[in-house]
Design a binder for this molecule. Structure first.
Ligand SMILES: Cc1ncc(COP(=O)(O)O)c(C=O)c1O
Length: 385
């Protein structure tokens, strides 16, 4: 039994009752129980989840082959497409984003892929491709620098590749790629453009129509708990998936899209509670709109960057700074673990990968606000002064 139900019984309420007073008291009790353990997350995922979304998960189960589920999932797909302003094939997997990184390779590449590497997550994609037995060429950029179209063009002129992988928002370095510059080059050479937007879709202003596959995870700019991965796909990607030799079973994208588009269901049992949460969050995201969310993210990013420039230094190449996560050069050698202890109910993130010791990261993604990040930087100032 839920802790709140115990408390309610103790004070002579019947938790199952649905009168307004009981619901009111129960809601406030839940908030009180939650707030006791709440640390506001300024880490690049999982990020803050709004209470309404937490509540949305706590609904009674429905069957995944029921009409109700088809309505729920069909509605989610329509809302995602509307938010992203796309007609691309769209689906939601019960997996983390890494699952879809592997799916992109298995369905989009038979033999050879070019992986643009400028940080830990883009390197992970190259490793995934190798683990899937593909021939992988890395196009390396110094960490902190952005993926550039001229370099891709040179590689595509040298050799034929079926696909090019790009991480649009390198979470390890806080560097953003300009898809509008990369997409024409990849298209000109007839390769598929596979894009990881795990830490940016829903925050940054991304045109998914520029790529053959765009994938993300639920726990970042969609501000949901972890466990879902969302992607859009072009007809060309789907065609490639139809004939892919080694696509496996769970991540057979052709099969997933067929189920999604004909039955409005997923081939396997999905995380239904998370689907309830996604549905609720999408209503909120649609109200704010893609542009509105982008503007809010830019405001938060500018505040954090200005603060970082005043007190430390930025890691990202100028002009390519992420709008969802700022990677800060730790020029004062602060101990991030100690800082987090002193921050008490707020948490920032250490550096990642080979720049772990020399950087730290502040995420400003999802449903966080300018006020939240202003409070955070003021608190850090207090602690480090
Ligand atoms: C850019 C990027 N790609 C991929 C991943 C992996 O995503 P997941 O943890 O959802 O598998 C992450 C996680 O932080 C990420 O930031």
């Amino acid at each position: 039994m839920h802790l709140c139900d115990h408390i309610l019984r103790h004070v002579n309420f019947v938790p199952e009752q649905t009168d307004e007073l009981t619901i009111y008291v129960k809601k406030h009790l839940i908030t009180m129980v939650r707030s006791g353990t709440h640390k506001k997350l300024f880490i690049p995922g999982p990020t803050e989840v709004r209470e309404e979304v937490l509540d949305a998960q706590a609904q009674w189960m429905i069957g995944h082959r029921s009409k109700e589920f088809s309505e729920l999932y069909g509605g989610i797909i329509e809302k995602v497409k509307k938010f992203l302003d796309t007609d691309m094939h769209t689906c939601v997997y019960t997996s983390s984003g890494t699952g879809l990184m592997e799916a992109a390779i298995r369905n989009g590449v038979d033999k050879r892929v070019l992986c643009c590497v400028n940080g830990a997550f883009s390197e992970r994609w190259a490793e995934i491709a190798e683990a899937c037995g593909k021939e992988v060429d890395r196009l390396e950029f110094e960490w902190g620098k952005a993926v550039k179209p001229e370099a891709i063009e040179r590689k595509l002129e040298e050799k034929e590749y079926e696909a090019v992988t790009v991480v649009q928002n390198e979470t390890s370095t806080g560097v953003r790629a300009k898809l509008e510059e990369l997409s024409p080059v990849v298209k000109k050479h007839g390769a598929l453009l596979l894009v990881d937007t795990v830490s940016s879709l829903g925050g940054d202003n991304i045109d998914v129509n520029l790529a053959d596959m765009v994938l993300t995870s639920s726990q970042k700019c969609f501000a949901l708990p972890p466990g879902l991965a969302i992607c859009t796909m072009s007809d060309a990607m789907l065609e490639k998936s139809k004939n892919a030799k080694d696509k496996g079973y769970y991540f057979d994208l052709e099969h997933m899209i067929e189920y999604t588009e004909t039955k409005k269901q997923t081939p396997e049992t999905p995380a239904i509670s998370l689907m309830f949460a996604l549905d609720a969050e999408l209503d909120y995201m649609l109200k704010e709109g893609k542009e509105g969310r982008y503007r809010r993210h830019v405001e938060m990013a500018e505040h954090v960057r200005n603060w970082a420039k005043k007190n430390f230094a930025l890691f990202a190449e100028p002009g390519y700074e992420s709008v969802t996560v700022t990677c800060v050069r730790n020029t004062k050698n602060i101990n991030v673990g100690e800082l987090n202890k002193a921050l008490r109910d707020m948490t920032i993130s250490d550096g990642y990968g080979k720049i772990k010791g020399s950087t730290f990261r502040i995420a400003h993604m999802g449903d966080l606000t300018l006020k939240d990040v202003q409070e955070l930087t003021a608190r850090i100032d207090e602690v480090i002064s």
